[in-house]
Write a protein that binds this ligand. Structure first.
Ligand code: 15L
Length: 267
């Protein structure tokens, strides 16, 4: 992998990756709908609106591998999700295929499976249970990734990312925390491992409280450096300050599950 494109360069995760991935590949093109305020002089950047195919075609030209983070990163109105995440992700896969890109690492999310209860340990062979329109768009991304892998031989890795940050912020994030360096490790497996065809990995560091069986990532050599348990007491202290969320606290997706929840309305 020589020429890498990373979409979503101005977002929270993209901003962290810009420093962590520096020098990892001979050429990295960073893209987003707007230029990051803190873009360094040695960072190559090209703006693109992912909902516009001609703009996507421009950024994928000559690229070997794509890390697709771009899109709307939380719950939003349907049209926002549709344009940014569904049309945008379709455009990215289709343009990648047309341009002969070899690999895509797709930033999926824990919210593709956010309606699993917290007391259920899940692997990658369970049906998706999205907790939001955002989660549905991530399930769509995983599905279209499978289509391009199975039909066209694109090598696709979907990362069901938990929560990327310096530390786990509360009880839910204790279970799904992803140390930024561990995200880089997962990205490198997706871009480089010889046996990748279509894979789903959970984007989580080690946690005794974790809900996910991440043995598929481990099979490809993933060895997380982050140990969420080291932050157990501070995460639980932060949790104690939060108001109870009777629905969100039951489900893996937390507030994404309880937002707009009215499942009992007709009973
Ligand atoms: C995500 O998928 C979001 O992109 C991020 O902003 C966080 O909300 C994260 O999930 C989370 O579940 O904490």
């Amino acid at each position: 992998m020589k020429n890498i494109l990373v979409t979503g360069a101005a977002g929270g995760v993209g901003t962290r990756l810009r420093s962590l991935m520096k020098g990892l590949y001979p050429s990295i093109l960073w893209s987003d709908i707007r230029k990051p305020d803190d873009l360094a002089a040695d960072e190559a950047f090209q703006a693109a609106d992912l909902s516009q195919m001609p703009q996507v075609e421009k950024i994928v030209a000559g690229v070997d591998g794509i890390v697709h983070l771009g899109g709307f990163s939380v719950e939003g109105p349907w049209d926002t999700i549709l344009q940014n995440n569904i049309v945008g992700t379709y455009n990215m896969f289709e343009a990648a295929y047309r341009a002969g890109v070899k690999r895509v690492v797709f930033a999926s999310s824990n919210h593709a499976v956010g309606f699993y209860p917290r007391d259920k340990r899940i692997g990658i062979n369970m049906p998706v249970r999205p907790d939001s329109r955002y989660g549905v768009s991530k399930a769509f991304g995983e599905a279209i990734g499978a289509l391009y892998a199975d039909k066209h031989g694109l090598r696709v890795t979907c990362l069901r990312i938990g929560n990327v940050g310096d530390v786990p912020l509360d009880q839910r994030r204790l279970a799904i925390w992803l140390k930024p360096e561990d995200l880089v490790q997962l990205i490198q497996i997706g871009l480089e491992h010889a046996d990748i065809k279509y894979e789903i990995f959970y984007g989580a560091s080690d946690s005794a409280a974790g809900w996910w069986d991440n043995s598929n990532a481990r099979r490809f050599g993933y060895r997380p450096l982050g140990k969420a348990d080291e932050f157990h007491d501070q995460a639980m202290a932060a949790q104690a300050k939060l108001p109870p969320d009777p629905i969100g606290d039951l489900f893996q997706g937390g507030p994404f599950s309880s937002n707009e929840y009215d499942a009992g309305r007709n009973s």
